[in-house]
Ligand binder design. Structure first.
Ligand code: GLN
Length: 208
């Protein structure tokens, strides 16, 4: 497993926004939702597991965690969550990490249930078996001057952004690993597995 690091870095301009009381849901069908919940609680936010459509009712935003996007999609169909999640995403902030980013996308070039909310095309398991997990320091200007230490686990690549979506972060070779479309965020990597809270703070500012 990846080592947790103590990196106490925050985005000064966002600091004041996180003390506002907010309730953020984490889709808890499968995957590493517990890590997102504890990161949110560390930031002083009320955090709740989402498994049913009614759990979305009083939320300011939603995180869809990493895991297996086919499983998350199938369970979302079984729990009648697809349409409620699409409606929620029209007016609220949603952030998908890894499998969550896949689930948010418009297209993954293979059949599986998707929310289709973000104007991104995603390639699953884009790094193959040899380097299916790795870490990289990425410059992400939105998070400040310090590079962001990103953890990739059988990660997807955002093949392209179109329409309303824009690129937030790339690997040194130019491949896209984070995108934003209004209040919607997609990251190929896992900020919930590090000690750096800047990406969660960035999301909270969108959900505010
Ligand atoms: N490989 C997974 C998928 O395609 C995503 C992996 C992850 O979320 N860490 O759904």
């Amino acid at each position: 497993m990846f080592q947790r690091r103590t990196v106490d870095m925050t985005v000064p301009s966002l600091r004041s926004t996180v003390s506002i009381i907010m309730k953020i849901g984490v889709l808890a069908l499968q995957g590493d939702f517990a890590e997102h919940l504890s990161m949110l609680r560390r930031l002083g936010v009320e955090a709740a597991e989402v498994r049913l459509p009614r759990h979305l009712d009083d939320l300011d935003g939603l995180i869809i965690p990493g895991g297996e996007s086919t499983t998350i999609g199938k369970l979302a169909v079984d729990f009648d969550l697809i349409e409620p999640l699409r409606q929620f995403g029209k007016t609220h902030a949603i952030w998908g990490t890894c499998a969550g980013a896949i689930f948010l996308s418009k297209d993954v070039r293979r059949p599986q249930p998707l929310l289709g909310l973000m104007d991104i095309i995603v390639q699953r398991n884009a790094f193959g078996r040899q380097v299916d997990s790795f870490e990289a320091d990425l410059p992400i200007p939105e998070l400040g001057a310090l590079p962001y230490h990103a953890v990739f686990i059988r990660a997807p690549i955002i093949e392209s952004v179109f329409g309303e979506a824009r690129v937030l972060a790339t690997l040194p070779d130019g491949r896209i690993v984070a995108a934003q479309q209004g209040k919607l965020l997609a990251t190929s990597f896992h900020p919930e597995l590090t000690e750096d809270v800047r990406f969660h703070e960035y999301f909270l500012a969108l959900a505010r």
